[in-house]
Design a protein around this ligand. Structure first.
Ligand SMILES: NC(=O)C1=CN([C@@H]2O[C@H](COP(=O)(O)OP(=O)(O)OC[C@H]3O[C@@H](n4cnc5c(N)ncnc54)[C@H](OP(=O)(O)O)[C@@H]3O)[C@@H](O)[C@H]2O)C=CC1
Ligand SMILES: O=CCCC(=O)O
Length: 343
């Protein structure tokens, strides 16, 4: 598996109005390297080179700030979202709007998609008026949604059949890193599209990994989120048990944050969890989706994952308690309910 990590390039981060470093003629020449991009300056852009046109489909918690960062960097951005009203703030910032994924893809050089789950990613890419209908040779489709490898390969097939290029690029990092342009991209697919899309990934993220064939990015993302979901379930158990035996949960969070098991996630989410507050950054329904997909991945290679399987049951219980749209840290509520039944 080929792995490449390229960290944030200050040259690329220079947010120049009109994005002169990302010219359309360069985008359609899919052999451009990261080095070539990063060494270009606005002075090297000739008059006949129009700015690259970037599409963005799916403007939820993650897609909106990601697209916003592209607009603020001066890119020529065209957007679409199923619920049109979510486009309005970005249109105010200068984005163009098209009424279908197909129209966005037809009018853009590179189109990004940030959809909820496998079904919506397939619908938007391959459905009626989906992006694939607007793709053609010289264009690229970058799916940054979290899906399983089979879904990613299905979308890859539809996009490649048009002569366009495909890259899967799910992200690590949540709402705040998306707002701050600090995401981590886990990419796989057409290497030349990776090179072409790199300047845009560098606007939205702090690092990027190229992992080889389509499916490897999805697998990396699912393994990472499987670990995360289990960690949050375990942390929740500790908080609930600690409180039940009379420990101050605030002190417990502090002790955890100073020791070997400290993690930014515990320090960031712990204080609000102690107050039973779950402001949504990563919706619980998406964490359960990722555990479900990770368990499918494990099943496909007969790998036992008993801890993730137990965690998944807890997230399912939380969903059935109406917590789907709360932050995934609300999984702790499923444990509180269980304890009440036991006493
Ligand atoms: N939130 C987070 O911290 C992170 C999330 N992710 C992943 O990124 C993806 C997006 O997450 P997030 O932004 O949080 O999710 P949201 O639920 O906020 O947004 C989901 C997006 O998908 C769209 N959508 C849902 N169903 C359909 C459909 N059937 N057809 C067309 N569009 C649809 C929604 O449109 P509409 O507005 O109309 O509902 C919305 O634009 C998910 O795969 C998630 O797992 C990855 C890293 C972090
Ligand atoms: O998929 C969501 C990941 C959230 C995070 O990495 O903080």
């Amino acid at each position: 598996m080929a792995i490449l990590c390229s960290s944030f390039c200050p040259c690329i981060s220079t947010h120049l109005r009109g994005c002169p470093v990302f010219s359309r003629s360069r985008l359609t020449r899919f052999s451009v390297s990261i080095k070539a991009f990063s060494s270009q300056t606005s002075a090297s852009t000739t008059k006949d080179e129009a700015p690259a046109r970037v599409g963005f489909l799916g403007l939820g918690i993650m897609g909106s700030p990601m697209a916003q960062n592209l607009i603020k960097a001066g890119c020529d951005v065209t957007i679409w979202n199923r619920t049109k009203s979510k486009c309005d703030p970005l249109i105010s910032l200068g984005a163009k709007y098209k009424s279908s994924p197909e129209e966005v893809a037809a009018s853009c050089d590179v189109t990004f998609a940030m959809l909820a789950d496998p079904q919506s990613a397939v619908d938007v890419a391959c459905g009626e008026h989906g992006a694939a209908n607007g793709m053609s040779p010289g264009k690229g489709y970058v799916d940054v949604s979290t899906v399983d490898g089979a879904t990613s390969k299905l979308i890859n097939g539809h996009i490649k059949a048009t002569g366009a290029l495909f890259l899967e690029a799910p992200v690590s990092g949540s709402k705040k890193p998306a707002e701050d342009g600090q995401l981590i991209f886990l990419t796989a697919g057409d290497r030349s599209l990776y090179d072409t899309a790199a300047p845009f990934l560098d606007i939205m993220g702090k690092s990027k990994f190229y992992l080889g064939d389509v499916g490897n990015g999805a697998a990396m993302k699912l393994v990472v989120n499987m670990i995360m979901g289990s960690m949050m379930a375990s942390f929740s158990e500790g908080l609930v048990l600690g409180e039940k035996v009379g420990l101050d949960p605030g002190v417990l969070v502090e002790v955890v944050s100073q020791g070997a098991i400290s993690a930014p996630m515990f320090s960031m989410k712990g204080p609000s969890m102690v107050q039973s507050l779950y402001p949504t950054a990563f919706p619980l329904k998406h964490q359960q989706k990722d555990l479900r997909l990770a368990l499918g991945l494990a099943e496909s290679v007969s790998q036992p994952t008993p801890i993730a399987a137990a965690a998944n049951e807890l997230y399912k219980a939380a969903k059935s308690r109406g917590l789907s749209d709360q932050d995934f840290s609300a999984v702790i509520e499923a444990l509180k309910v269980k304890l009440q039944h036991q006493t």
